[in-house]
Design a protein around this ligand. Structure first.
Ligand code: HEM
Length: 492
């Protein structure tokens, strides 16, 4: 009996101590309006068992709030949802919010020495990497974008006038091959037999899925993943193979082919990583290669696939894009070599890309950790260790900032004069501020080159209807039915 009393007393003591130590955290949290959707009790079961489709519903449900700022709890984790562009501007630019929550720092493997990891690494690594993703760095990789896109055009010839197929697989192979070649590792994935190509990609996807799981369900062991609410084991072997084999090869390749001279200016991203003056350890290089490959490959492939699917649905918009391409490159089926300067001439194509990413952002929301108290919504002090959520997919469709037709597809919103009237933080597919997407210029340029080539050569069609599309979220937002398109040779 005495033992039980001591036990109860000890537990009570620790509970009281915990709340006393965190009294400011809970006090400040209590002042913030509660979200329409509260995960803490009723939602927790749904959350734990959610498949990608359900996950998107849950996430969107928690953003459906009349107020511009709201809180929701997941166990003891406090989420603050900032649903207005002024607060989003503060979050993206305040140094108190540069950090990612600890649960997002992926698996233990990625925690140290990666751009997605600790803040101290992020600062110094990002400084080294930034120049290679700016305009000068991109100019150097335009030939790779052209070369790899041409391979796709050729490999699609066998699909002309055939049944609908999921273009996402081809786009994944293309974007993966492209980013690997940018890292000076030339592999032939696109021309591989579909079966082995898909195994390679599947391995990479598994790696990403584990990263995803650790992000949202950090208490689970990383080699158990949810699929349609059922647990199954990722083959640890293939996962680490895919992640490690090519990074080892990449590093070895660069080591043998460059001088690594401290005094010489690095000419490429990989040379900079291996330059002794930048002090990257081998492990840090590996983690950064993983980070960039994972961040680059899935996102760009989803975005390009979604563009093609929508252009297949909106035939009039497809025709306008093609008219612009003909103006810039002339009327010919042969895929053009797209120079850096040509990319800026494709104004209407860029408007279409922006409109697709507004309605269907690849990354539907992002999270940051509050490291020092910060004021949002003019009056709410957000406590240290709260996780702020930026609901990209909601802000992109908010009628207050986009008008009553916010749900409709209309690329004209992105004409120079129309877009000038929009709050700059109401359109944030790549986030903004110092921690925005490292590869946003890369992604925009790559998408333009891919789509321009594709549409000059092929006409795109689909049997899918817009209102039938279902979406799911696994870090990125994807179409559950697949990006099923049909292609025909464009008539000239
Ligand atoms: C359509 C394609 C893409 C979209 C929509 C996209 C979107 C994003 C978003 C929303 C973030 C999160 C920023 C945050 O948490 O605040 C991000 C981060 C990042 N992206 Fe992208 N991205 C795309 C393509 C790429 C490409 C092609 C690369 C590399 C070549 C890349 C590399 C990165 C990296 C390294 C980060 C982490 C940046 C940091 O923490 O400093 N992304 N991206």
């Amino acid at each position: 009996m005495i033992v039980l009393e001591i036990l109860i007393f000890t537990i009570l003591f620790w509970i009281i101590k915990y709340f006393w130590d965190h009294r400011r955290f809970y006090y400040l949290a209590s002042k913030i309006p509660t979200s329409a959707f509260d995960f803490s009790f009723s939602g927790i079961y749904n959350y734990l068992t959610a498949d990608p489709k359900m996950m998107l519903k849950l996430v969107n449900g928690s953003f459906d709030n009349k107020s511009d700022i709201a809180k929701t709890w997941l166990g003891h984790v406090l989420f603050i949802i900032a649903n207005n562009p002024d607060d989003i501007k503060t979050i993206f630019n305040a140094k108190q919010c540069y950090d990612k929550p600890s649960f997002i720092k992926f698996s233990a493997k990625m925690e140290k020495g990666s751009l997605f990891g600790e803040l101290e690494y992020w600062r110094s690594h990002r400084k080294v990497m930034n120049p290679f993703f700016g305009y000068q760095g991109l100019k150097a990789v335009i030939p790779i974008f052209n070369e790899k896109t041409k391979i796709l055009m050729k490999s699609l010839e066998c699909m002309v006038d055939k049944e609908a197929f999921n273009i996402f697989h081809n786009m994944t192979a293309l974007t993966l091959e492209t980013i690997l070649k940018v890292m000076e590792y030339d592999v032939d994935i696109q021309n591989q037999e579909a079966k082995s190509r898909d195994v390679f990609i599947k391995n990479l996807e598994n790696f990403a899925k584990v990263a995803f799981l650790r992000m949202f369900k950090p208490w689970l062991h990383p080699n158990i993943i949810f699929k349609n609410s059922k647990l199954y084991k990722v083959q640890q072997q293939s996962m680490s193979n895919c992640a490690m084999v090519f990074t080892n090869d990449i590093i070895e390749n660069i080591r043998t082919n460059t001088n690594n001279n401290e005094d010489e200016k690095s000419k490429s991203f990989m040379e900079a990583m291996l330059n002794p003056k930048n002090n990257f350890t081998d492990n840090e290089i590996k983690h950064e290669v993983h980070s960039v490959v994972l961040a680059a490959q899935d996102t760009s492939a989803i975005a390009s696939s979604m563009m093609l699917l929508l252009l297949a649905i909106y035939k009039d918009v497809q025709q306008k894009v093609v008219d612009e391409l003909h103006q810039v490159f002339g009327k010919k089926r042969d895929t053009p070599y797209i120079e850096f300067e040509n990319v800026n001439e494709l104004v209407y194509l860029e408007m279409v890309i922006n409109e697709v990413m507004r309605l269907y952002p690849v990354v539907p929301f992002i999270v940051r950790q509050v490291d020092e108290e910060i004021v949002l919504g003019d009056k709410y002090r957000i406590p240290v260790k709260a996780t702020v959520v930026v609901p990209i997919s909601r802000i992109h469709k908010n009628k207050k900032y986009w008008g009553d037709d916010a749900e409709e597809f209309n690329p004209e919103r992105f004409s120079k004069e129309n877009f000038a009237k929009i709050h700059p933080y109401a359109y944030i597919p790549f986030a903004k501020g110092p921690r925005m997407c490292l590869g946003y210029r890369y992604a925009m340029m790559l998408m333009k080159i891919q789509l321009a080539n594709f549409l000059m050569r092929y006409e795109v069609d689909t049997d899918l209807k817009l209102d039938e599309l279902e979406f799911g979220v696994q870090v990125t937002m994807t179409v559950c039915q697949g990006y099923m398109i049909k292609i025909k040779d464009r008539k000239y």
